[in-house]
Design a protein around this ligand. Structure first.
Ligand code: NDP
Length: 240
């Protein structure tokens, strides 16, 4: 039995990844805050965990439960995340810090909790969902890009640390994907910067993020994540 934990599984890329890993034969634990949004996954035999990646105890409990039930974790997909957008001048630093809590520290804490089990198994794969925004940048996205650049750097260092223990670290860089992500980013930037000096830039970027045909279906990335989880010799990065 191979066991996978997928965070941010209540919608978008994470939901699709949980399904595709399940289809590929993994025992899948789907984690997010909105458990009711994962009833469809539960109906298909996927195990659901209530998890907030900014709350330490919920991550500790979640990992404990998986180990108690299965004794192992083979794949950790660190996917939970959102886009905090707005001008650097305008975004309150508490919001910027929360963006880091979710996109970077939540991911890092799960690595801390899961890596000891993987080291004992002498195998495992950590798949960190970054973004094309972890390679390039745009105005109003400073905090989002900062978190994704951090995910890239953290993952590269972690890969070297964990290699001797038989654990691979892989980075996924999605481009535009049709999920709830765009709507949340637009809401954020309009709240912080929509009425001020940056309103024209906010208007333009909101238009771009709101396009109905923006990007690919989540399954495109889910398939890449499954490939990254299963590859005998995974690449360091997969972009799609
Ligand atoms: P969605 O908004 O559809 O999904 C985001 C998921 O993250 C939800 O399941 C949400 O669950 C979860 N999440 C958010 N905050 C928390 C939290 N504090 N604790 C636990 N879970 C949380 O967006 P996507 O599927 O698009 O995003 C998935 C990943 O892909 C993100 O890291 C995103 O940055 C990245 N990405 C997305 C792109 C896109 O164009 N869509 C492009 C590049 C990267 P819940 O609210 O129930 O907790």
């Amino acid at each position: 039995m191979k066991v996978a934990l997928v965070t941010g599984a209540s919608s978008g890329i994470g939901e699709s990844t949980a399904l595709e890993l399940h289809k590929a034969g993994y025992t899948v634990y789907a984690a997010a805050r909105r458990v009711q949004r994962m009833e469809g996954l539960a109906a298909q035999g996927i195990r659901v965990l209530e998890m907030d990646v900014t709350r330490d105890e919920s991550m500790v409990e979640g990992v404990k439960k998986i180990i108690a039930e299965t004794g192992r974790i083979d794949v950790l997909v660190n996917n939970a995340g959102y886009g905090s957008y707005g001008a650097v001048e305008d975004v309150p630093l508490d919001e910027a810090k929360y963006q880091f809590e979710v996109n970077v520290f939540g991911l890092a804490r799960l690595v801390q909790l899961v890596a000891p089990n993987m080291r004992e198994q002498r195998s495992g794969r950590i798949v960190n969902v970054s973004s094309i925004g972890g390679r390039i940048y745009e105005p109003l996205g400073a905090w989002y890009h900062s978190t994704k650049f951090a995910v890239e750097g953290l993952s590269d260092s972690l890969r070297l640390e964990l290699k001797p223990f038989g654990i691979d670290v892989v980075v996924i860089q999605p481009g535009g994907i049709k999920t709830e992500w765009g709507g949340i980013a637009v809401e954020n930037m309009q709240k912080t910067s929509g009425g001020g000096a940056y309103k024209e830039q906010v208007r333009q970027l909101s238009g771009l993020f709101s396009q109905a045909d923006r990007g690919s279906e989540p399954k495109v990335i889910a398939d890449v994540i499954v490939k990254a989880a299963q590859a005998r010799r995974p690449r360091t990065r997969y972009a799609a």
